[in-house]
Design a protein around this ligand. Sequence first.
Ligand SMILES: C[S@@+](CC[C@H](N)C(=O)[O-])C[C@H]1O[C@@H](n2cnc3c(N)ncnc32)[C@H](O)[C@@H]1O
Ligand SMILES: [Zn+2]
Length: 186
Amino acid sequence: MASRKPLDDERETHRKLLKFWKRGQSEYCEVRDSGIHGRGVYATCFIPKETPIIEYFGERIDKKESERRGVRQQEKANQTGDAAVYIFTLSKNFDIDGDFPWNTARLINHSCNPNCEAWIVGRKIMIHALRDIQSGEELTFDYGFDVDCYEDHPCRCGAPNCIGYIVSREQWSDLEKRLEARNKSR
Ligand SMILES: C[S@@+](CC[C@H](N)C(=O)[O-])C[C@H]1O[C@@H](n2cnc3c(N)ncnc32)[C@H](O)[C@@H]1O
Ligand SMILES: [Zn+2]
């Protein structure tokens, strides 16, 4: 049997990378500098409500591996000062690690008034439009962070209803009570 030549391997790697790269892009959006933080993802055209915009495309990993990578990403984040952990829950047994350069959706920022939401569709995580989105709007979703570590994540989304911290909408009433108690004790 003829052995594979280095050039064949190179072509195969290139083909795979191109495939990954394409899967992480979308005709509906592109990366730009963000007014919220660093880089963000912006609509390049009108996007009707409920449109599947872009896949949050990473590697499917089991929970044990997910915990390992989560700790590693958190350690790196602590050094840089950014809350950049890219693990997304997929199911009871699996998560998606989105920490790959081709995963454009990893750059979507959080907002207290988000226009997108992550939906699990089979084995994929898709970012959908929560409402009609105009061309030029920054795409955002609710990061769903836990209220217990709210002080670590001040929010700069700029929405009129911004609660001041990146915390899951579902825990806002709890956050409001904590903020009230904190203000009273000052
Ligand atoms: C997954 S990254 C999002 C992309 C990020 N803007 C970048 O340029 O790498 C998450 C980081 O963005 C920051 N970030 C996202 N939304 C934010 C917000 N509403 N307010 C402040 N920082 C935010 C977080 O602090 C976190 O470090
Ligand atoms: Zn906010």
